[in-house]
Design a protein around this ligand. Structure first.
Ligand code: UD1
Ligand code: CA
Length: 805
């Protein structure tokens, strides 16, 4: 092309373009990723002209300062007196230009650089003073090419100045010319306005040069589409379609599969690698790059986005994003600016990302917003996770580590970090960092209100079903018995009594074991009948019963279950009583009293129990009542673990409500690293459950006190202990007790006390009417499940409790 390198290309773009009906200057309307002006100037630049001149008038600031006009020499034509006038302005501003001067228009976006080059080459070869690029076809509106009898080109007649004969000519002026620059500069001065439009016609230069005896000629464009001047938006749309087909055709010839060219739109600025596949309904814009072997679409709209080798992207909108090799995105993903998807990562359905990076192999599969985040390699973001990056005023970052697992429906409240290999529990609102290897749990505990459906929705279908299930249960038909077989072929079975079947179910659930049926029911006179519905021969039996009211009935039922198991040849029978009934009566305080705790242990031994398991015995000596292994579990990790997450332990004092609790409380202070206080109290021996509080030994002033006890019965003792602490200046009192007996006035007493929270476990059922705002019930089931598993697998639970069992 350098041989035919012109001295200048002048692009005319001063006209108004009224028919666009737009505030945007005509030449700044866009097609296929560039303005008309951009396309024209790009073609002009390919000729590598000595000078690139742009004539502006209407909207001259916008047009002259458009980014695509950079490097062009801008000449202002004001007012606009025609195409000849426009060129005169250029020669007046720049002087006569020696060599070939090409004149073309800013509104001919389909004109190819090759065609311009051919015009320049033909012009040089012919040594004409001017060569006019012409086209044939529907000439309406254009200046006609007039030839003499010999067919020699003589002049151009504008349609408004044409005779009827001339109007029938089908060869027309494209508006694009190659001039001899010096001759043009001279002739342009002699153009008049003696025509229908009273304008200076550039076309008049031809007759002037011919009059001076210079040869003039034409070059015919092979494709008349190329010289289509765009005047309105209908023509713009037509041109866009033509240009798009050209772009698609080029990509297909270069080895790209375009499944449906009719519904695919690709900007001139897009690059696509070999064997990439573009599916229907896809639009690729701006500086988008599709690497080889990638599949994009159906229905993608990508702008300034890089899609890596082998990646698959469907139904996705992306702006300024990078998708790594072999990553999969969509359907229905929205990648906003600054999104960087790592290699082989997966972004799924209804996921929006902004200014975030997703590590290699990480997954964000469903219904998630990710903003201002860094997600580590192989991390998994659960369904419905929201990265809450905006506090209403500012944006904050979130970091998710490598191999981290974010549970479904987590809200990550930035700034926050979930470290490498950390988890978050489903449904958590995480606003504090989760250390490596930890699980962040931040959600309300579920509470099932038993019988609610039948009470509150008595007419509903659900109520009828619930009633049916309840009556079946009462007949003992649906009692769950659970079994598990260890690798050694030992068979474990979990049996639940009727006192608190929910707990047995929860324990079974924690262990992931199956249920097997049993029948437990009462005869009319209150006698209890038990029958297991599958073989228990040789099994390792765990019989779970909660010693709740009516306690005698439930202890008796558990005894009968043990007896039934023994007679059916169970290999070992472990009695699981989360709360050991009668444990308070573990010694004779005075004459003529029983030691009922001992009797209970004896009864189970007699029935056939081989082992006992209980949580937080009233006193450790009870273990000695049973002539076999006793697993004494502590709820401390559950209670203290819960309080640790809620309290600032630097201001906490653990308080023993009496001297008997000191040993247990020391375990609390060891764990929390807090000081200990003791309440010295005296009982009135004639009144059951009545206590006189005397003094507090230890520092409680201004502190948060955790009163630790094994059980809360009527609540009277503990409320008075709390009063004593407040008298000594305690700031706040929290009660942590393992067993919520909650009898008599307990609920009212605690509700009306100044205690701010009562934390218990569900070793005993806590019925709906016993629940109150300040009461927190933690589940003991995970602890029981672990202990049962340990006993079943190694016959020992010591590993669970740092040797303190
Ligand atoms: C012009 C030609 C006509 C040709 C047609 C092709 C003349 C007298 N006629 O007609 O033979 O067939 O183009 O499209 O040249 N412009 C300026 N300043 C002006 C007037 C126009 O810069 O004062 C620019 C416009 O912005 C446009 C181009 O020149 O880019 C053509 O102007 P337009 O008014 O469309 O010319 P036509 O009358 O269509
Ligand atoms: Ca025109």
């Amino acid at each position: 092309m350098s041989e035919s390198r012109p001295a200048a290309v002048i692009v005319l773009a001063a006209g108004e373009g009224k028919r666009m009906k737009s505030r945007t200057p005509k030449v700044l309307h866009e097609l296929c990723g560039r303005t008309m002006l951009g396309h024209t100037l790009a073609a002009a630049r390919e000729l590598d002209p000595g000078k690139l001149v742009l004539v502006v008038g209407h909207g001259r600031d916008q047009v002259g300062q458009a980014p695509e006009a950079r490097e062009a020499h801008v000449v202002v034509q004001e007012p606009q007196h025609g195409t000849g006038h426009a060129v005169r302005m250029v020669t007046e501003a720049l002087g006569a230009i020696e060599g070939t001067v090409v004149v073309t228009y800013g509104d001919m976006p389909l004109l190819r650089a090759e065609t311009l080059a051919r015009l320049v080459q033909a012009h040089r070869d012919s040594k004409h003073a001017v060569s006019v690029l012409t086209a044939r076809g529907d000439a309406k509106g254009y200046g006609r090419i007039v030839r003499d009898g010999t067919g020699a080109f003589t002049k151009i007649v504008e349609e408004k100045d044409a005779t009827d004969d001339e109007k029938r000519i089908d060869e027309y002026n494209s508006g694009c010319y190659a001039f001899d620059g010096l001759l043009l500069a001279d002739a342009i001065k002699r153009v008049t306005t003696a025509n229908a439009q009273q304008e200076e016609y550039l076309t008049d230069v031809i007759q002037i040069l011919r009059g001076d005896g210079h040869p003039v000629g034409t070059v015919e464009a092979q494709d008349s589409m190329e010289v289509l001047g765009i005047n309105d938006r209908v023509q713009l749309a037509g041109a866009r379609k033509v240009l798009n087909s050209r772009i698609l055709e080029q990509h297909m010839r270069d080895g790209v599969t375009v499944v449906d060219p009719a519904s695919t739109w690709i900007d001139v600025t897009v690059t696509i690698g070999q064997d990439a596949e573009i599916q229907p309904g896809t639009r690729l814009e701006g500086r988008t790059t599709i690497e080889p072997n990638a599949t994009v679409g159906p229905a993608c709209d990508l702008r300034d986005t890089i899609v890596g080798d082998g990646a698959e992207v469907s139904h996705t909108v992306a702006r300024n994003a990078t998708i790594g090799p072999n990553a999969t995105v969509g359907p229905y993903a929205y990648l906003r600016p600054g999104t960087r998807i790592g290699q082989s990562a997966h972004i799924g359905c209804h996921v929006e990302l902004k200014n975030s990076s997703v590590g290699t192999g990480a997954k964000v599969p469903h219904l998630t917003y990710v903003g201002d985040a860094t997600i580590g390699e192989r991390a998994n973001i659960g369904a419905g996770t929201i990265f809450a990056n905006y506090d209403g005023a500012r944006k904050h970052p979130t970091t998710i580590g490598d191999d981290a697992f974010v549970g479904s429906n987590t809200v990550l409240i930035a700034p926050v970090t979930v470290e490498d290999g950390a988890y978050t529990a489903a449904g958590s609102a995480i606003d504090a960092d989760v250390p490596s290897g930890a699980i962040g749990v931040a959600r309300g505990r579920q509470h099932n209100s038993a019988g609610w459906v039948e009470r509150k929705r008595p007419e509903s279908r659900a109520a009828k079903t619930a009633a049916r299930v309840r009556s079946a249960k009462n007949k003992g038909e649906l009692y769950q018995v659970s079994g598990m077989t260890a690798p050694s072929q030992k068979k474990m079975m979990l049996f639940g009594g009727r006192a608190y079947p929910e707990l047995a179910a929860e324990v079974a659930d924690c262990m992931g074991i199956e249920t097997a049926p049993a029948r437990l029911y009462d005869f009319a006179n209150g006698e209890i009948m038990v029958r297991f519905l599958e073989s228990v021969r040789g099994c390792d039996a765990f019989v779970l019963q909660s010693h709740t009211a009516p306690i005698n009935q439930w202890i008796m039922e558990q005894l009968i279950m043990v007896d039934a198991l023994r007679r059916a040849s169970a290999k070992r029978i472990t009695v699981v009583m989360p709360f050991f009934g009668y444990a308070r009566q573990d010694k004779k305080s005075r004459g003529r009293e029983p030691i009922s705790a001992r009797l209970v242990a004896d009864l189970f031994a007699t029935a056939g129990a081989d082992r006992l398991m209980a949580v937080d015995l009233h006193t450790a000596q009870i273990q000695g009542f049973f002539d076999g292994p006793v697993d004494h579990l502590f709820a401390l990790p559950i209670l203290a673990g819960y309080l640790e997450t809620k309290l600032n332990v630097t201001n906490v004092t653990v308080v023993a409500p009496d001297a008997g609790r000191v040993r247990v409380c020391e375990r609390w202070t060891d764990r929390l690293g807090t000081p200990l206080a003791i309440i010295h109290k005296r009982r009135d021996p004639d009144v059951a459950n009545q206590v006189k509080v005397f003094e507090v030994v230890g520092q409680v002033k201004g502190r948060t006190c955790i009163l630790v006890d094994d059980m809360i019965d009527t609540g009277g003792t503990i409320a008075k202990a709390a009063d004593a602490l407040f008298e000594q200046g305690a700031k706040r009192v929290i009660v942590a007790a393992t067993h919520g007996v909650l009898s008599g006035q307990a609920v009212d007493t605690l509700k009306n006390s100044r205690i701010s929270e009562v934390v218990i476990t569900n070793t005993l059922p806590v019925e709906e009417e016993k629940r109150f705002d300040k009461l927190t019930v933690l589940s003991i089931a995970p602890l029981l499940a672990r202990a049962i598993n340990e006993v079943f697998n190694d016959g020992s639970v010591t590993s669970l409790f740092d040797g303190q069992s």
